[in-house]
Structure formats: structure tokens, C-alpha cells
Design a protein around this ligand. Structure first.
Ligand SMILES: Cc1cc2nc3c(=O)[nH]c(=O)nc-3n(C[C@H](O)[C@H](O)[C@H](O)COP(=O)(O)O)c2cc1C
Length: 393
């Protein structure tokens, strides 16, 4: 707990996480595709905007609530789907779901989770989305939809940027592949974190919990499950499949991984109520645009017909405020809560969420706004649009 209390920002949690888990596992969480240009761009694009505060406004009561696809949340943050969380801490998705529910925030459970749809559904009353793909086996997709409905998930979130798996080179060098390549280097790395190793062995090995029963009783290892999932990714998926899923689900439906106004419009036309502007945290197509750079054009195209959420590189309350000023209803966050998870289980996830909430509250006060709906373009200026003065000014 002391260690967590000394974490004053997401970067501090990242530093603690790095010390608590093997390097290969940390890299699997922290890394991105190829040259990691998109991941770095996700951060640097936020820095291209200046905030323009308004002073002498009464900010005694700051209300951070926002509503996304009909769900009101206490501040504009959603926990993004991330697979295999039990690799980072033995409490895995249970810790994340519990911390999210305590904060009243939406948790999007990944299809590749290490705790099942049903277990997370029964664990908390907190708002939940289920993240889904269009698998090759459409019967499996229908089964996942029925399971999510039966377990009371409020919305589906279809991820559309994993036609194939991104080229994550840190994982290739570390042997974090399917199957895992257990080199001497990797064995030494894993063994040098005995507490993590001990918990992994004694508290049940990570599994792809939603598909673990698909391969017969005698196949329980992660490698076989991951190979099964990899075989399910379907390169032939089109808008017709997404449209079919929206009809099958019949409720709030978001499409995650959109980066162009044309695709956003198409999503609205087939009936999506939510659009997650995302490049998968830079983990899929490297050099893909930073979500914050394409956000304004997408907001203009959609004209309020769907709620827009943005993710990738959100590390500060000011990033969230900038995204809202550009027209997003909320942001999603992935690695930041995973840093918290690796740093200290459920308490670490709560610490990450508290840091974000405190920052948004403080930053809204300093910006001079009391409601998220009042944050707008007048609070933002792109550095390229800033007046330039001669050097002797
Ligand atoms: C370890 C890890 C696993 C992820 N797994 C999934 C997943 O299963 N499904 C998905 O749609 N996105 C997945 N993502 C992407 C996140 O949902 C999100 O788009 C991304 O993390 C946002 O960037 P950020 O980490 O900078 O916040 C994963 C991200 C990470 C870091």
C-alpha cells in the first residue's frame, strides 16, 4: 500500500509495475507494433494541443459525470478490454472488474480474458461491456453474444482492427509468442521474479477462460488455447458481419478501432451507437494515425448520431479534457490500469483510477469549467495555430 501511495501519476505506477513482473511480461503489456511509432504518436499528439483556461469562474462544484450509450458514469473514463490480465497479477480481471465497479466505471471485458464472461458477470453489479471479435466460427460468435446477454453485460464492443495479429517485436525477441519460446534468457527472466512465479503456479495458471472448454478436457495449456484463438481470426470479415452482429445483439453496440470519418459514418449507418476511435494502443498497424489527430474529423462526420470514445496514450487528466474538448464523450484506458494491476492488484487498479479522477477534477477546476458538457473547442488550441512572435518579442 505504501508503495502505491507513493505513486503520484501513471508513470510512477509504470515504474513499480516494471519492478514487480518479468521483463518479457512487462514488455508484452507495455510494448507495441514494429517501431512503436504509433504508440509514441499517441502521446506526442496530445502534447500538440494547449489548454486555454477561463479564470474567475465559480468552480466550487465540479461535476465530472458523462453519459455513454445511455450509461452515466462518474467521470469520463472506461476501462479498455485487455486480454490475459492474470499474467500481470494473479487477481487478473477480477481485480480490474472490482476496482472499476467500486469507482462506478464501465469495464470492458476482453474476449481473450483469463476469467470467464460468467465469473465477471456475477462478480459485480458495476456497468460492463463485453468486447468481441467476428470469429471464423460464427456459431462461437453467437454463443459469446448469448453468454454476454445472460451474464447481464450492458453493451457489446466489436474490435475491428485485428484482421491479423500485430507485429510486436519486443515479444518476438523475448519469446512471448504462441507457442511460448522458453529460451534460457526467458527462463532466467521469469525465475528472477519468484513472487510472481509462485503466484502463477499456486493460484492457477492463466487460461483463455472463455474458450478453455472448446478443446476437450485434456487440453488445458495456454499455448493450445492461444493457437485456437489465433485460428479464429478471420481476414474475410466485412461490414455485413458487423451489421449481422448488431442485429443479433439488439442493444447498445460500439465498434472499436475506427480511424477514418468514412468508416465512422458506415458504423453509424449499420446501427452502431458507439465509436471507439483507436489504433489499439499502437499494437496493431504501426504508423496508423493517432486517434486524437483524427478525432475532430470523425466528430464532424458523425454529427452526434453515435457517442464517440477515444483511446491510446491517455496518461493524464489533461489528456481526457483535451479529448472531450475535441468532441469525445469519454476516453478508454488500457495500459495505465494494467500498470496499477501489476504494481498492486486491485488496490493498484484503484490507485490508477483515483489518479485519473483526481487529475480530471483538479484540471477542470483550473480550466474554469464545472461540467464535462461545457468543455469545448474554446478550451483548446493546436500549437500550429498559435501566433508566432519574432524572436525579439
Ligand atoms: C496487454 C494489452 C492487451 C490488450 N488486449 C486487447 C483485447 O483483447 N481486445 C481489444 O479490443 N483491445 C485490446 N487491447 C487494446 C486496448 O483495448 C486499448 O485499445 C489500448 O490499450 C489503448 O491504449 P493505452 O494502452 O495507451 O491506453 C490491449 C492492450 C494491451 C496493452
Amino acid at each position: 500500500m505504501k508503495r502505491l501511495q507513493r505513486c503520484h501519476d501513471i508513470g510512477d505506477l509504470r515504474t513499480v509495475a516494471q519492478s514487480r513482473i518479468p521483463r518479457a511480461v512487462f514488455d508484452f503489456m507495455d510494448g507495441a507494433a514494429e517501431d512503436e511509432v504509433s504508440m509514441q504518436g499517441n502521446r506526442s499528439s496530445f502534447a500538440q494541443y494547449d489548454l486555454l483556461p477561463e479564470v474567475l469562474t465559480d468552480v466550487s462544484n465540479v461535476n465530472m459525470t458523462t453519459t455513454v450509450m445511455g450509461q452515466t458514469i462518474p467521470f469520463p473514463l472506461i476501462l479498455a478490454p485487455t486480454g490475459l490480465s492474470r499474467l500481470f497479477h494473479h487477481q487478473g480481471e477480477k481485480a480490474v472488474a472490482t476496482a472499476a465497479a467500486r469507482a462506478g466505471l464501465i469495464y470492458s471485458l476482453s474476449s481473450g480474458s483469463s476469467v470467464s464472461i460468467e465469473e465477471i458477470g456475477a462478480l459485480t453489479d458495476g456497468p460492463k461491456w463485453f468486447q468481441i471479435y467476428v470469429w471464423k466460427d460464427r456459431a462461437l460468435v453467437s454463443e459469446f453474444i448469448s453468454r454476454a446477454r445472460a451474464a447481464n453485460y450492458q453493451a457489446l464492443c466489436l474490435t475491428v482492427d485485428v484482421q491479423v495479429y500485430g507485429n510486436r517485436q519486443r515479444d518476438l525477441y523475448n519469446g512471448m509468442t504462441t507457442p511460448i519460446r522458453l529460451s534460457r534468457k526467458l527462463a532466467f527472466d521469469l525465475a528472477s521474479h519468484p513472487r510472481w512465479w509462485f503466484n502463477l503456479i499456486t493460484k492457477g495458471q492463466p487460461q483463455l477462460a472463455n474458450v478453455k472448454d472448446k478443446m476437450g478436457d485434456n487440453i488445458t495449456d495456454l499455448n493450445s488455447q492461444a493457437a485456437y484463438i489465433n485460428r479464429q481470426f478471420d481476414r474475410s470479415v466485412t461490414w455485413d458481419d458487423a451489421s449481422w452482429m448488431i442485429r443479433e445483439w439488439g442493444g447498445p453496440f460500439a465498434i472499436k478501432g475506427i480511424l477514418s470519418p468514412a468508416d465512422a459514418l458506415r458504423a453509424v449507418e449499420i446501427g452502431a451507437n458507439g465509436i471507439v476511435v483507436s489504433n489499439h494502443g499502437g499494437r496493431q498497424l504501426d504508423q496508423a494515425a493517432a486517434p486524437v489527430d483524427v478525432l475532430p474529423a470523425i466528430v464532424d462526420a458523425v454529427e452526434g448520431r453515435a457517442d464517440i470514445v477515444v483511446d491510446g496514450g491517455i496518461r493524464r487528466g489533461t489528456d481526457i479534457i483535451k479529448a472531450l474538448a475535441l468532441g469525445a464523450k469519454a476516453c478508454m484506458t488500457g495500459r495505465p490500469y494494467l500498470y496499477g494491476l501489476a504494481a498492486g492488484g486491485e488496490a493498484g487498479v484503484s490507485r490508477a483510477l483515483d489518479i485519473f479522477s483526481d487529475e480530471v477534477e483538479r484540471d477542470m477546476s483550473l480550466l474554469g469549467v464545472t461540467r464535462t458538457a461545457d468543455i469545448g473547442p474554446r478550451h483548446l488550441r493546436h500549437k500550429n495555430d498559435a501566433p508566432r512572435y519574432p524572436s525579439n518579442y
